[in-house]
Design a protein around this ligand. Structure first.
Ligand code: ATP
Ligand code: ATP
Length: 529
């Protein structure tokens, strides 16, 4: 999709940025333009500085942090420091990586009304604009709901709706689909594509998973681990010319290029051990609203199970009920043959690890080191052994340079890795992970999965809530599909891929491997999208 007569909307000249003045700068002397009506995608390893770049573009950084920057950024030819405070917020709309940081009001409709009041939308237009945008992002039914009661994916849609109301000239999306279910994610990409065409705005996307975006991306930029921009061109040009470099940087390539490495898990259920968890007739309600009902299943040692389903289906709730964080209204849960409610808090935490959907909900100390040491100290791990374990975890999770960083100042992907690493210090009986791989590049995903598999082989039962169907295909023995709080399917991923009705109902897509197989066999089916 080539566009002629491109006018620069943003021009970045020799930008360098750092959060402190020790060592080489994080972003190092980069220059690029974002043109009117152009869709540009920024690639780079987790922690390379992508979010930082995006926050510099509308002048939020370095003002909002203790940061140092050099170089210039121009918006329509005018240096951004010359704009009044907040003046660029409407022209340059950002959907942040963590949508929770974006909200000011309690309910969905108040949040959207607040945005419109800020930009002085005429009162008589507010109601119809709100309805249009809610329909566009599929949130009409949740208009009156408090935002804190929404699921992760639902919150992400509210953040997008709010930014769309600004009708920005440049829309910046920082991993906007990370929490969306597979069909919502695709619909979101299609929605952005459509809006971009209708409104002609420029779009700047930061994303690890490129596949759905790439067909309407005009330009790709790639940032190295050293903070240098090493590629800038059309997707074809960049992937051809820089393929090796991109692989060594550890970023995900579009699957059409790297498909040979996609393979299904060897799904052996022969050597599973004893039962770890048993759930019978479980119901869970919030304020009389049924969230989970009639849930029944067992989990076994050495088993890797994925829980999948649409946004709001009840996946995180189920995980929290299994972890004893929420108490069911009905039914029985046994963990290692003992009723869950009879377990003492400390012994339960030793045998069971839990990674929250939002890593920030998990951090309790001020440094990465203390975060990793916390559980080990509780378990009485000797000092030397603890140091060795921490070193190993830092290395595996690419956090070596962040030992004394505050967990809250890490990049999105680094926070996620830290939250996972804190659960891998021992060999627990059960590990419950809520979307552990979101926001990871190819290299860190691989490291994370290999550590998880190591524990599985030692006997740990692994449960992942995930929206990543390729990961389900590649690693899991069993999948549970949750649909409106009920288990709509239990079985191997291979069986699931044949159940088109279940997939459609639960807004799931087929993994890339199966889509490719079916396309090559000339099959026509809805889920090929
Ligand atoms: N407020 C902050 N204070 C100090 N360091 C920070 C802060 N925000 C980010 N960093 C550091 O800057 C580096 C780049 O972070 P950034 O969020 O820009 O990376 P990213 O490429 O977007 O990563 P990801 O793909 O994981 O989201 C990281 O090493 C991070 O730890
Ligand atoms: N604190 C809360 N109070 C009231 N309702 C809630 C609360 N948290 C979640 N819900 C509702 O419970 C339902 C299930 O939410 P849950 O977070 O378990 O879904 P999920 O399947 O994990 O979704 P996602 O994929 O978007 O993370 C949703 O309809 C959600 O709006």
């Amino acid at each position: 999709m080539k566009r002629s007569n491109l006018t620069p909307l943003i021009r970045v000249e020799n930008l360098s940025f750092d959060y402190d003045k020790k060592g080489p700068s994080l972003i190092h002397n980069i220059s690029f333009s974002l043109n009117e009506g152009e869709v540009t995608l920024l690639m780079g390893a987790s922690g390379s500085g992508k979010s930082t770049v995006s926050l510099c573009l509308n002048g939020l950084y370095p003002e909002a942090v203790e940061g140092y920057s050099e170089g210039n950024i121009y918006f329509r030819g005018q240096e951004i420091s010359q704009f009044e405070k907040g003046e660029l917020n409407q022209q340059i709309g950002i959907v942040f990586q963590d949508p929770e940081s974006q909200f000011c009001m309690v309910t969905v409709e108040n949040e959207l009304a607040f945005t419109m009041e800020n930009i002085q939308t005429p009162r008589e237009e507010m109601a119809s604009k709100m309805d249009d945008v809610l329909e566009a992002v599929g949130l009409t039914d949740l208009k009156e709901r408090p935002i804190h009661e929404l699921s992760g994916g639902q919150k992400q849609k509210v953040a997008l709706a709010s930014v769309l109301l600004l009708e920005p000239e440049l829309l910046i999306l920082d991993e906007p689909t990370a929490n969306l279910d597979p069909v919502s994610s695709l619909e979101f990409v299609e929605l952005v594509n459509q809006l971009q065409k209708d409104r002609g705005m420029a779009v700047f996307i930061i994303e690890h998973q490129l596949d759905d975006w790439i067909s309407f991306t005009d330009r790709v930029l790639a940032l190295s681990r050293e903070g240098e921009l090493f590629a800038d061109g059309s997707p074809d040009h960049v992937f051809q010319k820089y393929e090796k470099r991109l692989v060594s940087e550890g970023v995900h390539l579009p699957k059409d290029i790297q498909s040979s490495s996609l393979h299904p898990a060897t799904r052996t259920t022969d050597d599973l051990g004893g039962e770890t968890v048993s759930i019978q007739n479980l119901d869970f309600k919030r304020k009389k609203k049924t969230i989970l009902s009639e849930v029944n299943f067992s989990l076994y040692q050495k088993e890797f199970v994925a829980i999948v389903g649409e946004n709001g289906a009840g996946k995180s709730t189920l995980l929290q009920v299994m972890a004893g964080i929420l108490t069911p209204n009905k039914g029985n849960i046994t963990f290692l043959n003992q009723p869950l409610k009879q377990w003492g808090e400390q012994s339960l935490r030793q045998k069971m690890g839990f990674v929250f959907q939002n890593p920030e909900h998990q951090f309790i100390t001020d440094t990465v080191y203390d975060e990793l040491a916390f559980g080990m100290k509780l378990n009485g791990t000797p000092e030397q052994e603890m140091k060795e374990k921490i070193d190993e975890l830092l290395r595996h999770f690419q956090l070596q340079n962040h030992l004394w960083s505050n967990p809250f100042s890490l990049s999105g992907g680094q926070k996620r890795r830290l939250s996972v690493a804190t659960m891998l210090d021992e060999t627990p009986e059960l590990l419950l992970f809520d979307e552990p791989t979101f926001g990871q590049d190819a290299k860190t995903t691989e490291e994370l999965m290999s550590m998880v598999l190591e524990l599985k082989n030692k006997g740990t039962t692994i449960v992942f809530v995930t929206h990543d169907m390729d990961l389900v295909d590649q690693y899991c023995e069993r999948t549970f599909v949750l649909n409106k709080g009920k288990v709509a399917f239990q079985g191997s991923p291979d069986e699931l891929w044949k159940k088109e009705e279940v997939l459609v109902e639960a807004r799931l897509r087929l993994p890339y491997r199966i889509r490719k197989q079916r396309t090559e066999a000339g099959e026509v089916y809805d889920l090929v999208r």
